[in-house]
Design a protein around this ligand. Structure first.
Ligand code: PRP
Length: 198
């Protein structure tokens, strides 16, 4: 498929750090609609509760929930992470719990991206102790290159390679979440070249 020119997707100040578009708004929406249909069929007649962990997932949850054609509730949790390194992100703390009880309900835990799997593992462990009727995972992006804990993903949007992706909720230092597409960040943004000695 031909690459979408970045210029067509937003103003230059939003786009200058993006190397290329990985998934266009149209590709994302088409897949979200497909996932919504799959989920609606799988949970027909069941009490479906969609749970997301803030913040990046709100864009995906907002679109996915509207693509689901059966009654469903939506709730969010929030966590904070200890440790300066990306690879120590498994050490997390719950800072906002759910508003709704989940016992006896069919819970679909929704993620924008699963990378190491630490966050997913942590959240699923919490949710399991609350005795939902069922507990499954829906992830828009499945990035397997650094997976350390592998857990089943029932509904998967896209499997992606080892790119640093931003947009459609995904951030780097809290920026780029509001891009309407998913793009690959230019390496010089997150790994600037070392300063050359004089
Ligand atoms: C992202 C994403 C997942 C997590 C996945 O959250 O939303 O929660 O990383 O990574 P893992 O599989 O390595 O644990 P992030 O920490 O970027 O926070 P955000 O949702 O606020 O963007």
């Amino acid at each position: 498929m031909a690459k979408t020119p970045i210029d067509a997707l937003g103003p230059p100040e939003l786009l200058r750090d993006i190397a290329h578009v990985l998934l266009t708004p149209e590709q994302i929406q088409q897949r979200v609609v497909e996932l919504g249909a799959e989920i609606s069929e799988a949970y027909q007649g069941k009490d479906l509760l969609i749970i997301g962990v803030l913040r990046g997932v709100i864009f995906f949850v907002a679109d996915l929930a509207r693509a689901i054609t059966i009654p469903a509730s939506v709730d969010f949790m929030s966590i904070s992470r200890y440790g300066p390194s990306e690879r120590t992100r498994g050490v997390v703390r719950l800072i906002k719990d759910l508003e709704e009880p989940i016992e006896g309900r069919h819970v679909l835990f929704v993620e924008d991206i699963i990378d190491t799997g630490f966050t997913l593992s942590y959240i699923l462990n919490i949710l399991r102790t609350r005795h939902p009727a069922s507990l499954k995972v829906c992830a828009l992006l499945d990035k397997q290159s650094f997976r350390l804990i592998d857990l089943p993903i029932a509904f998967r949007g896209f499997q992606i390679e080892d790119h640093f992706v931003v947009g459609y909720g995904l951030d780097y230092k809290q920026r780029y979440r509001n891009l309407p597409f998913i793009g690959v960040l230019k390496p010089e943004v997150y790994a600037p070249p070392p300063a050359t000695p004089n």
